[in-house]
Design a protein around this ligand. Structure first.
Ligand code: SF4
Ligand code: SF4
Length: 380
């Protein structure tokens, strides 16, 4: 028996089993507290682990996200166009055919690129633009190449152009797409000689001609354009501005010429002398977001990153920095030129960006004219 005090001070006599029950209860209580403690420690650990894993995952994602984005951009951007899109004439296919063909050709083209760049160390130029004339029959207010501002438009000397192209090709392993443009390309008087020369060059995969579609080429040129290496692009002018456009397209069809028609709007680069902020950080940002920085231009024997760099200099707008160009004329030294080219490709902006808005969005109606008439020579 166990004696203890009751509520009113009387001695209470409790049985022995009460003591055991208390001890047991205490034990259970202690156990419960311990379990609670362990559970809370465990919960805390899980919370910490979750936090840690989340941090690791976020950090890993922030590290690999730009890499994945860059890879996707590479696989679907300019590289895709040079190595797959133009090569296999995807522009002739329907949307679904293009998608399937893309999946089919991608691994092969990717493998070829890796072998050529990483193992064979070849210098392959994705695409290059060569202006051949500053003559044009249209006077577009928003011409990206500033052609209407040339006071004395001229055709560039054919011998000089082919000699410069020779000097360039001897120093590189391949040019996937060699673009010729104007002014209006079909106004160039020596077009037959120039195109004949370019399609004979083994290092050039595709000769791409841009036109406003207003000049219907003669029979000899049309025959030349049937060559498998030729692609003609008709820019996105409305027929009111380029009234021969439909006739031009029909002529391409009738002569089985590889062609495509653009439908895009234009970007506002600010005309001849735009008032723009030329702060270094602004220039870097403008250049980094500009699409034209991949429109590499080869003119006067020099390699520039953007057509406005060479045209702006011709118009006396500014003098490009020496590091804004690589001179190929009369030079044969692939190692040195490769190094100079690599340095140019790593530039964060060029002098021309201080005379350009570099607006990314395509917002302008194509081909708004500055008041002069158009040429019509459609036989129809
Ligand atoms: S057609 Fe218009 S955009 Fe094309 S070169 Fe001539 S002026 Fe420039
Ligand atoms: S921002 Fe620079 S790279 Fe872009 S179009 Fe203008 S001059 Fe060329």
């Amino acid at each position: 028996m166990l004696s203890t005090r009751g509520r009113f001070g009387h001695a209470l006599h409790l049985p022995m089993c009460y003591d055991a029950t208390i001890t047991k209860t205490r034990k259970i209580f202690r156990k419960k507290i311990e379990i609670k403690k362990i559970t809370s420690i465990f919960k805390h650990m899980i919370f910490k682990m979750h936090h840690l894993l989340k941090n690791i995952l976020n950090r890993t994602l922030s590290l690999i996200k730009p890499m994945i984005t860059a890879l996707l951009k590479t696989l679907s951007g300019p590289w895709y166009y040079e190595n797959i899109y133009y090569k296999y004439r995807f522009h002739k296919m329907s949307f679904w055919q293009r998608g399937l063909a893309r999946l089919f050709f991608m691994p092969m083209a990717l493998g070829l690129r890796l072998i050529n760049e990483s193992i064979r160390h070849r210098l392959e130029i994705p695409h290059l633009e060569m202006p051949i004339t500053t003559r044009c029959n249209l006077h577009c207010r928003d011409c990206a190449n500033l052609i209407p501002f040339f006071p004395h438009p001229v055709d560039f000397d054919i011998n000089r152009l082919t000699k410069d192209a020779d000097d360039f090709l001897v120093n590189v392993d391949r040019v996937h797409r060699f673009i010729i443009m104007g002014g209006e390309t079909f106004l160039y008087r020596e077009l037959y000689r120039l195109v004949s020369y370019l399609i004979q060059q083994n290092k050039i995969s595709l000769v791409h001609i841009f036109t406003n579609g207003s000049i219907i080429p003669g029979p000899d040129i049309l025959q030349l354009l049937q060559h498998r290496k030729i692609l003609v692009t008709i820019s996105s002018f409305p027929v009111e501005v380029s009234p021969n456009k439909l006739c031009f397209i029909a002529t391409m069809e009738a002569n089985h010429i590889n062609y495509r028609v653009e439908y895009n709007l234009w970007r506002d680069l600010g005309g001849f002398n735009p008032a723009v902020d030329s702060n270094t950080e602004v220039l870097k940002h403008r250049f980094a977001n500009c699409r034209s920085k991949v429109c590499h231009n080869f003119s006067n024997g020099e390699y520039h990153l953007c057509p406005r760099s060479i045209h702006g200099e011709r118009l006396g707008q500014f003098s490009p920095d020496e590091s804004d160009r690589v001179i190929f004329r009369d030079r044969k030294n692939p190692q040195v030129l490769r190094k100079e080219l690599r340095e140019l490709l790593h530039k964060e902006y060029i002098t021309a960006c201080s005379k350009c808005t570099g607006i990314y969005e395509e917002t302008l109606s194509p081909g708004i004219q500055m008041g002069r008439g158009t040429v019509s020579n459609c036989p129809g």
